[in-house]
Design a protein around this ligand. Structure first.
Ligand SMILES: [Zn+2]
Length: 253
């Protein structure tokens, strides 16, 4: 089944309104990721589920920088890794890392994987993420870990990643990087923002060589529960989209 359907409301774009909006959101996420220093030349991938029953998902065309991503140059993949729409240039590791999560977690609409500097550093630490600052509390006992398996080119790793993630929305790929997942694109992006900042604070605090004060387990859990009242992205994502629209709305093309 194809996801291409002509509509009158999507202008000259041959996509259903819901898919076009998802493409715009995902393109915005790439542009913002680049602005926040989360891009890695042409590596890394952020994906979003195409609304509908087909379990297709959108991914960046391999070879483009994050700041070159637009709504219309995103590529649609099916669960078998076949290109349904767009360029055949796909980073297979993007397919492997993201695919299993969409299969296992129907609540997830976006998966973001990065090699951010402080995420990389924490990914190499045996004790992983520590609740050093407030931003880390939303991940307290709520971050998964996936052991390094080499480059993620074997599709069997797809299920291992989904199994490791369990019901969490954040994961540290040991010796590799970070992953966040969200019910919306904004949800996944903002989780990545706070996860990378928590990693940065941890590295910087411990790098001072001074004793680091960590709150009690009860307080950490209390703070984690409090974050339920502040859904990631609810306020930040519209604010960031306004920034893009003011400065460079070309992501929408
Ligand atoms: Zn990676």
């Amino acid at each position: 089944m194809t996801v291409k359907l002509a509509t009158s409301t999507a202008g000259d774009k041959p996509y259903r309104d819901e898919e076009w909006q998802m493409r715009v959101d995902l393109a915005a996420c790439y542009r913002l990721a680049d602005r926040f220093g989360y891009s890695d030349i042409v590596w890394n991938h952020i994906t979003a589920r195409v609304p509908g029953p087909d379990a297709h998902f959108l991914i960046n065309r391999f070879g483009l920088r994050f700041d070159e991503i637009t709504a219309s140059n995103l590529v649609t993949l099916d669960q078998g890794g076949n290109v349904i729409d767009g360029s055949n240039d796909i980073n297979v590791t993007g397919y492997v890392i993201h695919r299993g999560i969409y299969t296992a977690r129907h609540d997830i609409a976006c998966v973001m994987h990065t090699h951010t500097p402080y995420g990389l550093a924490v990914s190499a630490l045996d004790d992983g993420l520590q609740p050093v600052i407030q931003d880390a509390m939303m991940f307290y006992n709520r971050v998964a870990y996936h052991d390094y398996q080499g480059l993620s080119t074997d599709v069997s790793e797809s299920e291992l990643l989904a199994t490791a993630l369990k019901s969490h929305n954040a994961m540290i790929l040991r010796n590799h990087g970070l992953l966040t997942a969200g019910a919306t694109v904004g949800d996944a992006f903002i989780r990545m923002y706070y996860l990378e900042r928590a990693c940065r604070a941890q590295i910087e605090a411990f790098s001072t060589g001074q004793a680091v004060r960590i709150p009690s387990t009860d307080i950490c859990e209390h703070a984690a529960q409090q974050y339920k009242h502040f859904p990631p992205g609810k306020y930040e994502w519209p604010a960031l989209n306004r920034l893009l629209d003011e400065q460079d709305p070309s992501y929408k093309t």
